[in-house]
Design a protein around this ligand. Sequence first.
Ligand SMILES: [Ca+2]
Ligand SMILES: [Ca+2]
Length: 201
Amino acid sequence: MSLCRALIAVLSGIILGSLSVSAHAIPQQGPTGNFYDFVPGSFSWTDARTGALGLSHLGQPGFLATVTSSAEDAFLATLAPLGWLGGTDQPLEGTWKWADGPEANQTFWLGGPGGSAPSGIYTNWGPGNPDNGGGNQNFLLRGPGGWDDFNGTQGYYVEFLTPEPTTLLLFGTTAAGLGLARWRARPRKQEAAKTSAALYE
Ligand SMILES: [Ca+2]
Ligand SMILES: [Ca+2]
């Protein structure tokens, strides 16, 4: 098996893995090393959360993005200007927590527009937010003007953790194995044809 053929097999495996994410764009690797995708459309935050949790990329399950740095926030802006993030204060008004992913259940903000973040925690609220407008804004939306607590329908940002090296190896090995099996099958077929031809010579 040539090295070139093996490389093609490995790359095919990675591409096929990416395609399993479905109709939207192939997830992009961001400054954290994690991968990100934007799902356009009109989803309630709850439906967006369910959608994100149902996606996977390179064997890693998705979750509504948890933004923990300005670099990560800026990267999301390159995917789409506006969409849901994984934060909510629905269980307890004014206590903002991440719902899923590595920061699940971590508090990132306490209070209203004059509230505060726990020490060292990144936030990017837009002016006057979170204002709990109308008394029922409980979900985190990011946009060009910063973060907003919001209650409506939007597209959403999905985050996938960096695949473990063993996962990548497994993807590569499986793809390479398939390539090797095909390569081995060919000469056998040719030999079988030669054998049957020899019987009639
Ligand atoms: Ca609220
Ligand atoms: Ca708001």
